[in-house]
Design a protein around this ligand. Structure first.
Ligand code: KG4
Ligand code: ZN
Length: 384
């Protein structure tokens, strides 16, 4: 089965072509073109929706052509078109959705509608990637491949991106139960905001991680919000077994802000924030201490849920999954618990169309197709 994947939910225009084998569920990426708008939005310090949708319109056809060319594939050889229909920025989503509809109509092919979060989860099922930092040696590579082709359920997926932080329990493929999510900022959003406070380049996630490598995670004792909480899930299930898995990151970001504002960092106490951040040692320590606070909460909650639901696999997904510290600490705890740990290769963590194609492939196997006229973008689409 040849799958054309399209992703435009935020600020990356991406088109991918994958080849999948139904019987073995093996998937191969033939091309995965990601046209990033980072430079366009950097001067604003965040994504500007209008600018994003215009850029998607400009980038869509060149990305489609590049993807077909790299995959040495003709449009007529495509079997299904998988597209992100939500959640995301409506103007951005509409560009991808309408491109998919036009192609489906012209080619007479079915569409598979994909939820963006489902895409992040299925970045894990694209197949063992030899270039992944996840698998360090041959044995690891073989076991990761077996795990991906035949994952052990129940599986718990921690999705951490710029817009979402969710713990999702899966009893089988495509069946999701949200057991916890953020009550305010997403983990990636907190990284981005703290990156800005520290005067680092946009987007904050990768820059904070880089800075953190030079500092000490114990230098500042930032709060670990809700780490021992008994909060109820914001979903309707409030059974005793379903408490304490929600997250909150906005207070942590504020704690970093006040630390910078109030601390009398040498050489002078009362400088503006930007000046204070020229103290390289302090900046690196702030980044490392903040990052560790986020990781501690994510790891603690994931393993509390993993033990309770007796999961066999811990999975990581979303842009923040590219964070090495988070991957390493989750992997270490998984092996203590005796659970498998899976994370996408670093280049598939942030938004891309290969993950949408992968989710589309698994949905197509289960016959979840739609006609072009039944597909619409939905900015607030829920996973369940
Ligand atoms: O999944 P994604 O590409 O877009 C959304 O669906 O939101 O995630 C983007 C987020 C941004 O907040 C970015 O700062 C964060 O992922 N991110 C990271 C790292 N790489 C990207 N956060 C922490 N460490 C990283 N290495
Ligand atoms: Zn995303």
């Amino acid at each position: 089965m040849k799958i054309l994947g399209i992703e435009t939910s935020c600020d990356e225009t991406s088109v991918a072509i994958l080849e999948g084998t139904r019987r073995t569920k093996e998937l191969k990426i033939l091309s995965n073109i990601v046209s990033s708008q980072i430079d366009l939005h950097a001067k604003y310090g965040g994504v500007v929706p209008e600018v994003a949708s215009r850029a998607h319109m400009e980038n869509m056809i060149p990305s489609l052509k590049a993807s077909l060319e790299e995959a040495k594939t003709d449009l007529k050889d495509i079997d299904i078109i998988a597209v992100t229909i939500g959640p995301g920025l409506i103007g951005s989503l509409l560009v991808g959705v309408n491109t998919a509809k036009a192609l489906a109509y012209a080619l007479g092919k079915p569409i598979v509608a994909v939820n963006h979060l489902e895409g992040h989860i299925y970045a894990n099922f694209v197949g063992a990637n030899p270039k992944s930092d996840l698998q360090s040696d041959e044995a690891d590579l073989r076991s990761a491949k077996a795990e991906i082709l035949n994952p052990k359920f129940p599986l718990l997926c921690l999705i951490v991106s710029g817009g979402h932080t969710s713990l999702v329990l899966m009893e089988k493929h495509l069946k999701y139960k949200i057991i916890g999510q953020t009550l305010d900022d997403a983990a990636g959003e907190a990284f981005d905001k703290v990156g800005k406070l520290l005067g680092l380049s946009y987007p904050g996630g990768p820059s904070v991680e880089k800075e953190a490598k030079k500092g000490s995670p114990c230098a500042f004792d930032f709060p670990r919000p809700l780490i021992k909480s008994k909060d109820y899930s914001i979903k309707d299930d409030i059974s005793p077994t379903n408490r304490g898995y929600n997250f909150s990151f906005s207070g942590l970001k504020t704690a970093v802000l006040y630390k910078i504002k109030n601390e009398k960092f040498p050489p002078e106490a009362n400088q503006p924030l930007v000046e204070k951040m020229k103290n390289k040692k302090i900046r690196a320590d702030l980044a490392a201490s903040f990052q560790q606070a986020v990781i501690d909460v994510l790891v603690e909650k994931t393993f509390k849920a993993a033990s309770l639901y007796k999961v066999k696999t811990i999975m990581l997904a979303g842009g923040v999954a590219a964070n090495e510290g988070l991957r390493n600490q989750l992997r270490a705890r998984s092996s203590k618990l005796g659970a498998n740990f899976v994370a996408p290769s670093a280049n598939l963590c942030t938004d891309n169309a290969a993950m949408i194609g992968a989710a589309g492939f698994f949905k197509a196997i289960e016959g979840k197709f739609s006609k072009w006229y039944d597909i619409n973008a939905n900015a607030n689409l829920k996973l369940i």
